[in-house]
Design a protein around this ligand. Structure first.
Ligand SMILES: [Cu+2]
Length: 128
């Protein structure tokens, strides 16, 4: 949430919104936890059609939660939901479950794809 890449013109319009963020930003290292990614809006008014999350190192035994209307794509280092479209003025959550990394700061890089355009986000999980 604190770091993100957007065109300067979109930045001012979106800065008051929720972006894509983790519901909980800290958790015990090595514990099994649910990670909830919250999508607060689309791309400058355009509906969301995909959320692709690049996973930090050390996340293990990862299980995405299936979601009606969305197809899940997995690679060793990313997890994507494609479907929707999720209208700009709706809220949605994308969930995964797994074993968290060792103590430290772990960043998830997220690409939000929309019917028009896309946006890049980062959200960080602290494990202790
Ligand atoms: Cu926002």
């Amino acid at each position: 949430m604190k770091k993100y890449l957007m065109a300067a013109a979109l930045l001012a319009a979106a800065s008051a919104h929720a972006h894509i963020t983790l519901e909980q930003t800290s958790a015990p290292a090595g514990s099994y936890q649910k990670l909830v990614f919250r999508v607060g809006h689309g791309c400058s008014g355009s509906p969301t059609t995909a959320v692709s999350i690049r996973l930090p190192e050390g996340l293990a035994a990862l299980r995405p939660m299936p979601k009606a209307g969305w197809n899940i794509e997995r690679t060793p280092d990313s997890l994507s939901w494609r479907g929707g479209p999720l209208p700009d003025d709706f809220y949605e959550e994308f969930v995964m479950f797994g074993k968290l990394p060792a103590a430290g700061s772990h960043t998830f890089k997220i690409v939000q794809s929309c019917q028009a355009g896309s946006a890049n986000w980062e959200t960080t999980l602290e494990t202790r």
